[in-house]
Design a protein around this ligand. Sequence first.
Ligand SMILES: NC(=O)C1=CN([C@@H]2O[C@H](COP(=O)(O)OP(=O)(O)OC[C@H]3O[C@@H](n4cnc5c(N)ncnc54)[C@H](OP(=O)(O)O)[C@@H]3O)[C@@H](O)[C@H]2O)C=CC1
Ligand SMILES: CCCCCC(=O)/C=C/[C@H]1[C@H](O)CC(=O)[C@@H]1CCCCCCC(=O)O
Length: 347
Amino acid sequence: MLVKKVVLNSRPGSNRVPDPGNFRLEETTLAPGLEEEEVLVRTLYLSVDPYMRCRMNEDSGAEYLTPWKLSESVDGGGVGVVQSSRHDAYREGDVVTSFTWPWQTHAVVKGSILQKVNPSLVDGHLSYFLGAVGMTGLTALLGMREKGHVIRGANQTLVVSGAAGACGSVAGQIGRLDGCSRVVGICGSEDKCKALVERLGFSGAINYRLQDVTAGLRENCPDGIDVYFDNVGGDVSDAVIAQMNEGGHVILCGQISQYNKDVPYPPPLSQETQENLRRKNITRERFMVLNYMSQAQDALCELGSLVTSGQLKVLETIENGIENMGVAFCSMMKGGNLGKQIVKISH
Ligand SMILES: NC(=O)C1=CN([C@@H]2O[C@H](COP(=O)(O)OP(=O)(O)OC[C@H]3O[C@@H](n4cnc5c(N)ncnc54)[C@H](OP(=O)(O)O)[C@@H]3O)[C@@H](O)[C@H]2O)C=CC1
Ligand SMILES: CCCCCC(=O)/C=C/[C@H]1[C@H](O)CC(=O)[C@@H]1CCCCCCC(=O)O
């Protein structure tokens, strides 16, 4: 069978913005037949995610991330359908997902990398398994619950950076559903600010590209900030932490503003921000969703029922075609996505 695949064409270098030309589309032939434990899958949707920027480097900078190899198939989150199987757990027609799905139109994979999913959990919106009812939704839900210390009725203000993205858009909604009295998002466009307030029920939104973040926070958070879901790091996070209340909590989810720079993860904080954290006794704990997979099944069921009951709104940006994987990835890294960036590969 002739299939299309995306390989890493070149590395951007650890201090540069990635370019779609860093990826290359190739054709390859899948050998007929399957070995024992193997599964032939057809790809429906692929995910592009910020951590992939680190996998483009020769040294990913994180112990749990392996660098992609030059001229080899790239991989990440994917969802698809089983076409044939020699693994006991999978049958033709099953919908399956994986964190390490090859960027190919079809692929032969080991059954052990797959998990079977139930389409009724997402009312048939299978791309949600890569977003709100998948890895980024889990990150938002479990990150808020494990590190946010939200107490219903405690009149807490939550601020979310990267708020119109995949994790941020769900984290803000979970904060509201769990009882925060004010939820303010920080993001990079007027359209995104509008979507946060009008579609997702955020109390306010700040466009960090146009507005002074410090002034915007003073206006939107008159009682200070109790919980901060941090997706971006850098200057935006310094400004948020400066207005946090005594005993507040930072959920250190990601630091995308630093991923095109040659710095370790998590990147070092300024002296002033370190001093702010210490003086106000603010916790700032690293959260990594992969460390909480024992809670994943229950959390995914909760996310699924919040979505299907309409309590959790889902935002997605869908690009079409495997040839556009690099375009979609680079666009997401620059803020081209509203909600989860997905690429549709086949029907
Ligand atoms: N800890 C964990 O287990 C996990 C962590 N993450 C982390 O969560 C964060 C969000 O990921 P995800 O939701 O998938 O991605 P998003 O859907 O949020 O997409 C990335 C967004 O980052 C914003 N951005 C890009 N550059 C900057 C910058 N310099 N300053 C501020 N914002 C910027 C852009 O939005 P805008 O228009 O607002 O600039 C862009 O849309 C990332 O840091 C990621 O690494 C993700 C999954 C799991
Ligand atoms: C170095 C920057 C990491 C910032 C945090 C982040 O984005 C983490 C993302 C992971 C999250 O915990 C769940 C995931 O799916 C992301 C990692 C995926 C791991 C795949 C590993 C594949 C491999 O390296 O072989």
